[in-house]
Ligand binder design. Structure first.
Ligand code: ATP
Ligand code: MG
Length: 315
């Protein structure tokens, strides 16, 4: 998508990143426009059919969380006064130097965490009690970082020691503390509203001026004072795209949990009605109107349940 007065920097699976241009056409290097599309993924495919309002719902939800978490970490949002074309689903943010770690925390055991636990009794090297099953709540949230893989590759889990090698022990410690606190706060708030946040991924950055660059132009994290530097919460936070949301009343450890947002869509895709073979090479078919509407309703429901606000489309 082209956007007047902006230069497209990057197009991800779900979001686009633009640099605003100054009046003279030069790039404003201090800010970014982060745009959420209505695209949705399921079973590692981006579906052809967008979910109406999804980008706006997730953008508004992130904004609400940034406020709820403001005492834990400063956030990157500068303004929601964005071009009409992307109204409601974009924000202007401080352009940061991003820490090269996907900061994941888990409050419940499932997915990759469950696989590691089954093999070793640990997650990210942290020993856990025996007898936990798919969906068990962990005694306390655990930091399970991963690499930031280049486009098209999967993020790989890394140990806390590896994070320390990447950014230094002081910063690694702060990232772990912040990530775990954010998930714990998220669950404190969500629990009273019928939602469990099983796990989440957050990303942090710092002011570019605070990070010396090496001869290769790469940030030298080990030269940053970990106690003095301001660590800013960036990207999106505690959304269904960055987290696993479960409906609290359906939570039953010992089996896979129902995902709050995508269950309708996944159920249809794997039903005979879709005619789609998950194991085959063909991309998933277009979604019928009813599945679209139900999926949209799930996103809106999550937003409204969490925030207590009514979602008003900006379209
Ligand atoms: P995927 O499509 O798998 O999600 P992705 O995470 O690389 O890939 P997006 O989430 O669409 O892609 O893009 C957001 C990108 O913007 C990420 O690379 C993120 O690190 C970066 N980012 C987010 N906030 C900021 C910020 N304030 N300053 C600089 N970069 C940021
Ligand atoms: Mg992302």
């Amino acid at each position: 998508m082209t956007l007047e007065g902006h230069q497209l920097l990057y197009s991800g699976k779900v979001r686009e990143l633009y640099a605003p241009l100054h009046a003279d056409g030069s790039v404003d290097t201090s800010r970014l426009l982060l745009v959420a599309s209505d695209r949705v993924s399921a079973y590692d495919h981006i579906l052809d059919t967008p979910i109406p309002d999804k980008g706006a719902v997730l953008t508004q939800l992130s904004l609400w969380w940034f406020d709820q978490l403001a005492d834990l970490a400063p956030h990157h949002v500068e303004s929601t006064d964005v071009p009409e074309q992307v109204a409601g689903r974009a924000v202007y943010v401080r352009r940061l130097t991003m820490l090269p770690v996907e900061c994941v925390a888990r409050a419940y055991l499932t997915g990759g965490g469950l696989a590691e636990y089954a093999a070793t009794g640990t997650v990210s090297g942290v020993p856990l009690p025996s007898g936990l099953v798919d969906g068990s709540r962990l005694p306390e949230p655990v930091f399970t970082p991963s690499t930031k893989a280049p486009v098209g590759q999967h993020d790989e889990p890394i140990s806390v020691d590896e994070v320390a090698r990447l950014v230094g022990p002081g910063l690694a410690d702060r990232l772990r503390g912040l990530t775990v606190e954010i998930l714990a706060r998220g669950n404190d708030i969500a629990a009273g509203r019928g939602i469990l946040i099983a796990d989440t991924k957050v990303e942090f950055g710092v002011d570019p001026a605070a990070v010396p660059l090496g001869g290769d132009g790469e940030p030298q994290w080990s030269r940053v004072d970990p106690d003095a530097v301001e660590i800013v919460l960036a990207d999106e936070v505690l959304t269904p795209d960055s987290s696993r949301f479960w409906r609290a009343e359906d939570w039953t450890p010992g089996r896979p949990q129902t995902s709050y947002d995508k269950q309708v869509l996944r159920d249809w895709l794997t039903s005979p009605a879709s005619g789609w073979d998950r194991a085959g090479d063909a991309p998933p078919p277009a979604l019928p109107e009813a599945v679209l509407e139900l999926t949209r309703a799930r996103y809106v429901e999550a937003y409204e349940a969490l925030t207590g606000h009514t979602f008003t489309p900006t379209r």
